[in-house]
Ligand binder design. Structure first.
Ligand code: TMP
Length: 210
């Protein structure tokens, strides 16, 4: 059995990731693939602690946040039963809602971005995705969507200026990674179906590459 592909979907909070993830899963299944949809932060213990930091806006050092996200990521990858590595070896297409690019963009704004990148990229356990798609939506739109659905915004959903800064950080990081990573920035301000068509086109490219 051939190894599956590891696909990461990134974007600001409120960019429409959840809808696209659902469509990607359906699309891949119609394509005859087995799909494992997963997300970071995870639902393991470290992930739960991170969720509490986010939802209660607990003040935490950015280095500590980056380290917690990395610890959660390592468990996400290496868990013997439900780890990303295990699913890839079993031939699944693993589609992950956020990965280390989020650490670079979010934690990189207020800690040493070089350190955050190095600890993730140079750790041999941390898998490199086959594809990363960034759903690029105007931060003002993201913020209004969040305000419509959330009674209490999470840590990174409160301040539209901060969201602009995080978007810029994502773009800077992608630029810096250059051709060493397979990253596509998709203008996701359009309608759901139009965005999905562009996303799935990129996914088909990596499937066809084998
Ligand atoms: P989400 O469930 O809407 O994707 O929210 C997760 C939040 O966690 C989002 O605000 C981004 C943040 N985050 C980081 O700050 N660093 C990371 O490494 C990851 C994976 C997420």
């Amino acid at each position: 059995m051939s190894r599956g592909k590891f696909i990461v979907i990134e974007g600001l909070d409120g960019c429409g990731k959840s809808t696209q993830l659902r469509l990607i899963k359906e699309g891949l299944e119609q394509y005859g693939k087995r799909v494992y949809l997963t997300a970071e932060p995870t639902s393991y213990e470290t992930g739960k602690y991170i969720r509490r930091i986010l939802s209660e806006s607990l003040i935490k050092d950015m280095y500590l946040q980056a380290a917690l996200f990395l610890a959660d990521r390592l468990e996400h990858i290496t868990h013997p039963e439900f780890g990303i590595e295990k699913y890839l070896n079993d031939g699944y297409m693993v589609v992950c809602d956020r990965y280390y690019y989020s650490s670079f963009a979010y934690q990189g704004t207020a800690s040493d971005i070089d350190w955050v990148m190095r600890t993730n990229l140079e750790c041999e356990r941390v898998l490199k995705p086959d594809l990363c798609i960034f759903l690029d939506v105007n931060p003002d739109t993201c913020k209004s969507r969040i305000d419509e659905v959330r009674d209490k915004p999470e840590l990174y959903e409160k301040d539209v200026e901060k969201m602009h800064q995080i978007r810029n950080n994502f773009l800077r990081v992608f630029d810096r990674l250059g051709d060493s990573h397979n990253i596509y920035i998709i203008d996701a301000n359009a309608g759901v179906e139009e965005v999905y068509a562009k996303v799935f086109e990129k996914i088909k490219m990596i499937i066809q590459k084998g």
